[in-house]
Design a protein around this ligand. Structure first.
Ligand code: IPE
Ligand code: IPE
Ligand code: MG
Length: 267
């Protein structure tokens, strides 16, 4: 290669390097994301707390505790991007099968999280909501969540929806029961029951369907989460454990979402 070409080549390489650095910086803060295509509703299966702790020789509850910091981080990130609804799967109707001590610890987390974060959530105009069955939840857990729901009910910003003691099959059976009762009493004709009627009986009735579902920790399943509502959502999975899930990972999910073509069966 002659001197001229060599110089040109080196210059090109340097340009390439600067471009790449600039791009990775802007992708870190999410500036490269299209503001007109931010998913309105993001739902997350926050998984991998236990494995995160185990990998560090810590008890599983240390993973849950650290996962709480991720809840704060991702709530702020979603809010900054203009996501309207953020649903977080915090405890499933099947999680009662876990050892008593772990369940007890998990039941204390909403209270701890809200005592630390409620003021900031208020300042950021966030509205807290709960999606789940109240039965079986300890009084102190329910009281903490209800206080947050009440205090934030007039906020008009991000809706932070905690799926707590939530199970999708259970909620669908419950919606079917409600419709069956109304049909049996003659209030409605079974032939008139619509998809909207069924949706209206679900715990998510006030929310639009999720646009994007994220699951952390490498598991590729729904674990009884929003089976009806996710019919046309985009799915994004990562091997990252929930306590390590960062704002940059969240942006990565949204970047991928923005590359997808949602067709809803059409063309
Ligand atoms: C998610 O982490 C939190 C809850 C299900 C409550 P896990 O506790 O399921 O963590 P892993 O999957 O065992 O690593
Ligand atoms: C799903 O995770 C429930 C929550 C994240 C709250 P699990 O860890 O309970 O799911 P499985 O047991 O691996 O399917
Ligand atoms: Mg798990």
């Amino acid at each position: 290669m002659n001197r001229f070409l060599n110089g040109w080549f080196r210059k090109k390489q340097q340009d390439g390097m600067t471009t790449r650095t600039a791009a990775s910086e802007s992708s870190r803060d999410g500036n490269d994301l299209s503001p007109t295509d931010i998913p309105r509703h993001v739902a997350i299966i926050m998984d991998g707390n236990g494995r995160w702790a185990k990998a560090r020789g810590l008890p599983r509850i240390a993973g849950h505790h650290n996962g709480m910091k991720t809840v704060k981080r991702i709530t702020q990130a979603a809010d900054r991007l203009g996501v309207r609804y953020l649903t977080l799967y915090a405890f499933s109707t099947e999680n009662w099968k876990r050892p008593k001590a772990e369940v007890e610890f998990l039941m204390k987390l909403p209270q701890e999280f809200l005592s630390l974060e409620l003021d900031e959530l208020m300042r950021n105009n966030v509205r807290v909501r709960m999606m789940g069955v109240r039965e079986l939840l300890p009084d102190f857990t329910l009281a903490a969540v209800e206080e947050a729901v009440r205090k934030t009910e007039n906020n008009t910003g991000l809706v932070l929806n905690f799926a707590l003691n939530y199970g999708s099959r259970m909620e669908m059976v419950e919606s079917a029961r409600q419709l069956a009762r109304r049909a049996a009493s003659g209030e409605i004709d079974p032939n008139d029951i619509s998809e909207a009627d069924f949706s209206a009986g679900l715990l998510s009735c006030e929310l639009p369907d999720p646009d994007l579902l994220i699951r952390t920790s490498g598991e590729l399943r729904l674990s009884n989460f929003m089976l009806w509502q996710l019919a046309y959502s985009e799915f994004w999975f990562t091997d990252v454990y929930w306590p390590e899930f960062s704002e940059a990972h969240f942006h990565e999910a949204i970047r991928e979402y923005q590359r997808r073509a949602r067709r809803y069966g059409g063309l």
